[in-house]
Design a protein around this ligand. Sequence first.
Ligand code: GLC
Length: 747
Amino acid sequence: MIAGAVLLLATGCKSALDKKIDKMIEQMTLEEKARIIVGTGNEGRWVSETAVGDMKDVVPGAAGTTCPIERLDIPFVILADGPAGVNIDSTREHEAGTFYCTHFPIGTVMSSTWNTELVENVGQSIGDEAMHYGVDVVLGPGMNIHRHPLNGRNFEYYSEDPLLTGKTAAAMIRGIQANGVGACPKHFAANNQETNRMGNDVQVSQRALREIYLKGFEIAVREGHPKTLMTSYNKINGVSVSERRDLVTEFLRDECGFDGVVMTDWYGGDHPEEQMKAGNDLIMPGQQWQMDSIVNAVNAGRLDIKYVDQSVRRILKLIYTSPRNEPGHTYDNHPDLKAHATVTRQSATEGMVLLKNEGQALPIAHSVKEVALFGCASYDFIAGGSGSGDVRRAYTVSMLEGLQNAGYSVDPILATRYNDFVKKSIAENLSKVTTRFADMVRIRPNEMPLSESEIAAQVQRADYAIITLGRTCGEYYDRPSSDFELTDVERAMMENVCRLFHAAGKKVVVVLNIGGVIETQSWKQLPDAILCAWQPGQEGGNSVADILSGRQNPSGKLPMTFPIALTDIGANANFPVDQTSENVSVASRRVDRGEKNVDFTRYDEGIYVGYRWFDSRQVEVAYPFGYGLSYTTFDYANVKVNQSSKNIKIAVDITNSGKTAGKEVVQLYVAAPGASMDKPAKELKAFAKTAELEPGQKETVELTVAVDDLCSFDENLNKWMLEPGTYKLMVASSSRDIRHTETINIR
Ligand code: GLC
């Protein structure tokens, strides 16, 4: 009787979909199961080209598709990149019209806003665009830790800190998934360099893995509930992540509660049967030999069919709950690009970080009409990074256009000189590119040398000078160390423009149009103001002009540290800095030659990444984690701490004590007692952004930290441990601007 009841209960609570899937699995042959586990492939062509076969024209330019099984009338789904917007072809061979997508700000801009509500809103626009173009899964957010500034894909990622990473990712996932489109946080896990990314073995301690590299994914899964997730190319401690059951099943599913589809990165992993046993369900983009290997392994008794069925079940569930397969679903290929342009313009301004503003240089005084605009990036503005995280957008608003739209005038002769120089220099540089990834690397112009007389002429003509420094970066390659430094021409431009404009009592602002941190210590004393605009998407020029003109008050804060020198960074000794080795990151395998930082990378710095390193060792930095200025100031007062056995609540009154409306990001850092384990000087444990506060207006911000989140991972016991003792709570405006300190006791 009992068994029957249990069986009834079990089948009873099975949804109609589950029953349908059960039936399907019963009817599928082993070959059909292997077919749906392996994507429709793209024959080793670049990921920007779509799948082969009869799927390739469904959404041209999408990264991949699952395979339909006609015999059983099983449909398919379309997967497309990426973290900064839907990345598909903007024109089609067999269709008229254009299919432009909005290039939203890069991931680093999203985390720089510290505003999860805003991030969710951007995610919703991305998900909306995906829906209109028939894309069922967006392959984003990218959320690997900024372990080292030279990692080529940091622009796609969020932070050096796992909490800010996880919270931003969860918000992006919720946004993308708001209308049923799936998100795909990636790349799980510890994919922190591009050099030999498909073969590199990350040798990392359990504690660093748990506290730094997995923690963000844990938060993203628990608070974002992604429908899919992508494993990374690299190995961790000797085994490809997509083949590690302890990570893909035991950690991700059993511990964090992930219940969606795990897919490989494109061509990731080498042993399909191991990927099946690990719980990596979908192998993308898919090749014949992978199907054969699954069928052969089952027939040879090396792979239990239960693993195959489990993955098929998850994939079928994704297929049947994806937009295109909802009954009656249609899509029109006409998203509201105008509305999304407004979303990207506004969201980008909240992610810009004001690093310096001496003598109220910013916002530019209303009397200023003529501005002198220097730097190639002012005219050839960079919307985002290259590789799969790019977006085939309709336009990029340059600084020139943004300033003109805001009513400023720029010397047309200088503008023409720059535009001509940019075209020529790009053509020259393109002819010199030899790497295999030529079509992936965004070729930049050299900086245009400026004569003193030319600058002097601008001093006569303009009331104000703006210099833009540009840096691209992208998938497939890490940045050379030279990219971190200013070039001689850039330095000469900076020095001469500042000297001549200051001599005439006129101000200079520097705008950083970059995808990753650069050296600032050696020149930051020269200009009056510095605005880090990152790569803010296709409306970039307008977004920057909104800040410079004072239309928007900057409220971004740094999600990573600006170090003084690369050698100050803990990970620097164990990072492929200026590796000349062939970077065979795509679709090919490098023979393991045991080369340090290429075939294996030792994470010897452990948990000491970013400010955890700099602050624990009192290393001076150019700009600290969590730092960002505003056009106004904020007072912190009336801190109250309320401690229970489960969590600690901190309330603080934030008052706008300046003359301009603005938003403040309040950060809570904790210093834990380190009797049994070494602990970082501080760790971010909570943050919140105020609403826009008018001058004099006050908001009481409430931050909550779960007591469990104060634990450290004890490797010997292989579990999270809460150290008893006195904990320091630091309410802060940045990691090095502590406004109030309290202590609590944990027994
Ligand atoms: C790429 C990237 C991944 C992307 C995928 C599909 O190689 O590593 O982020 O989503 O392949 O383009």
